[in-house]
Design a protein around this ligand. Structure first.
Ligand code: MN
Length: 234
């Protein structure tokens, strides 16, 4: 046994539908501006030349159904409902035509965002990490295998806060498709099983406060939920 000075938290894992085996998380890639209506509400245009990404640490994973504290350092904490792709086979420089071979399955996700910090960084042309890559910022449901879910496109994606619908779109609205994203990412990374891709959010993002309950759905996937509690005491 290696003699370690201390231990760090193990890699998080995600439940898989109708399986006792869990899916260990390696990396979390997130796609920016992948629905035209959301790009518009953020005051920017969709870049149709290439998708772009930011990452979250694997340790940011939170299971659907959790109650988490309002995060530190923000006064504009936003939900973003997303369709999540779970990679299940290595992929490096794969063409669009075979990119789906690398996909294991799909889940509902929430890309929780400190919007004020993200926009402040954006304005200064700085990285988005403080706004995007923070503790408990990547919520996810169990993963449904690809074959069970079927073709991506007609499914409706929705989110509500306190039962009031805020986001309502279809996966056919994705600017960059699942196979295009996997192919494109594989030009820059050696994708491995355990990599998750949060594929972007539709229009209708907005703030939540302590006491709010977020619920979301994608047809064919288990629904997602998250409850926001008071901030942690110092
Ligand atoms: Mn997002």
């Amino acid at each position: 046994m290696t003699d370690l000075l201390f231990t760090v938290p193990p890699a998080p894992t995600v439940a898989v539908a109708r399986s006792t085996a869990r899916y260990p998380v390696a990396r979390i890639f997130c796609v920016g501006r992948n629905y035209a209506d959301h790009a518009k509400e953020m005051g920017v245009e969709v870049d149709r030349e290439a998708p772009f990404y930011f990452l979250k640490q694997a340790g940011a994973i939170v299971e659907s159904g959790a109650t988490i504290p309002y995060p530190p350092g923000t006064s504009n904490y936003h939900y973003e409902m997303e369709f999540v792709v779970a990679i299940g086979a290595p992929a490096f420089q794969v063409p669009v035509e075979t990119a789906m071979d690398a996909v294991f399955g799909y889940a509902c996700g929430l890309d929780m965002t400190r919007r004020d910090l993200q926009l402040a960084a954006r304005a200064k042309q700085r990285p988005w990490d403080l706004g995007k890559d923070f503790e408990q910022s990547a919520v996810i449901t169990e993963i449904v295998p690809k074959a069970e879910f079927g073709a991506v496109g007609p499914q409706r994606i929705t989110l509500a806060v306190g039962g009031v619908t805020k986001q309502d779109a279809h996966l056919s609205d994705l600017v960059w498709s699942v196979e295009e994203l996997v192919s494109h990412l594989s030009r820059y990374y050696h994708l491995v099983p355990g990599d998750l891709i949060y594929t972007g959010t539709p229009a209708g993002v907005g703030p939540v406060v302590a006491g709010d309950v977020i619920t979301g759905s994608v047809d064919g996937l288990p629904p997602i939920s998250l409850t926001i509690a008071a901030p942690d005491a110092a």
